[in-house]
Design a protein around this ligand. Structure first.
Ligand SMILES: Cc1cc2nc3c(=O)[nH]c(=O)nc-3n(C[C@H](O)[C@H](O)[C@H](O)COP(=O)(O)OP(=O)(O)OC[C@H]3O[C@@H](n4cnc5c(N)ncnc54)[C@H](O)[C@@H]3O)c2cc1C
Length: 304
């Protein structure tokens, strides 16, 4: 087992070495794990990753005229395509926010010249995605203004400061969460919490969903602690969308709820490891689960 001694960070005060006994990689991209030599996977069997999206937010929408626009906009897009308009993807998610005149738009899709998803670990591709994402966002905004009832007087409130990356490195751990685990609502003895999101695969030109049997199943899967334990590096935990999952498992458990669960479990495990002078792999799982439960985490053990 390799141990990480220090992380070098560039700061306003220059280069700083942050030393610790246990590290947690929550970079989304598994930067620390991969730089330290942990094994990882990228994409499906052909290396295809989920596509990134530049979202944006509108205000000035007339909610009465817009109605349930999320149901009608896909049909408007189909009609426009017949007139020769091209959209980066189907499956537009256009939904109101808490304030009824404010809406979020999730519809762009960023690819390279050869049609593959922009790679969020490649600085040049990221830069290209930033400008193309803004171009696509503004083009769809113009489409909404001209075609969607209630959007004529809308305006862009914000475009994110960074392109939204869904998948890059998935750091290989002692267990990798799979598609079947999600769809069959798997249970694990080392559960640290649950994921209730279905498969949401952002494939070329579309979004493909996969659901557990509802209402036949309990509708969530356990997340096992082993997902957070990378191979080869002893004093490292990985949490979030770069934790150990297959490409399809990640298309579900990469969402915020599961990332919160993993982050809390990783921090708690690190605390227990430091207190016991043990690497994360050697901590007492029962104690981890009891601590998480005491702090309000739903471990999902009570629901068969
Ligand atoms: C367009 C889009 C829409 C989405 N919509 C939803 C939704 O509606 N609901 C939902 O639940 N989920 C949604 N998701 C998924 C979810 O938001 C993310 O997968 C999740 O937030 C990932 O969490 P994370 O903690 O793993 O990574 P992040 O939230 O990305 O956090 C990683 C942090 O690490 C920092 N970082 C990265 N590299 C370094 C480095 N080398 N050094 C220092 N810091 C670094 C980053 O700046 C960032 O702050 C969406 C994702 C996208 C892209």
């Amino acid at each position: 087992m390799t141990e990480i001694d220090a992380v070098l960070v560039e700061t306003k005060s220059g280069r700083v070495a942050v030393r610790a006994n246990i590290f947690i990689d929550c970079s989304g991209d598994g930067d620390l794990a991969s730089f330290a030599g942990a094994p990882f996977e990228i994409g499906d069997a052909d290396g295809n990753m989920l596509y990134p999206t530049m979202m944006f937010r509108l205000n000035g929408v007339d909610p009465d005229k817009a109605g349930e626009a999320w149901k009608t906009i896909p049909a408007l897009m189909d009609e426009a395509e017949k007139r020769g308009v091209h959209f980066p993807r189907k499956g537009a998610i256009v939904r109101p926010m808490k304030h009824e005149s404010e809406w979020r738009v999730n519809v762009t899709q960023l690819k390279t010249g050869n049609g593959r998803a922009i790679d969020g670990t490649d600085a040049r591709e990221l830069s290209a995605g930033e400008s193309e994402g803004r171009r696509q966002a503004l083009a769809f905004f113009e489409f909404l203004k001209a075609n969607a009832p209630g959007f004529a007087n809308s305006y862009v409130v914000d475009i994110p400061p960074q392109l939204g990356i869904r998948e890059t490195r998935r750091v290989t751990g002692r267990y990798s969460l799979t598609r079947d685990d999600v769809l069959l609502c798997a249970s694990f003895p080392d559960t640290i919490g649950v994921n209730g999101w279905p498969i949401e695969a952002h494939v070329a030109g579309d979004v493909v969903w996969g659901w557990p049997d509802i209402p036949g199943s309990r509708g969530f899967n356990h997340l096992p602690y082993r997902m957070l334990l990378p191979l080869k590096i002893g004093n490292l935990l990985v949490a979030g969308r770069c934790a150990s999952m297959t490409h399809e498992g990640q298309s579900a458990a990469r969402v915020s709820g599961a990332c919160f669960v993993m982050g809390e479990a990783a921090a708690t495990a690190a605390h227990l490891g430091l207190a016991a002078n043990a690497d994360p792999v050697d901590i007492d799982i029962r104690r981890l689960q009891e601590t998480l439960k005491r702090n309000g985490v739903f471990l999902g053990m009570e629901t068969p």
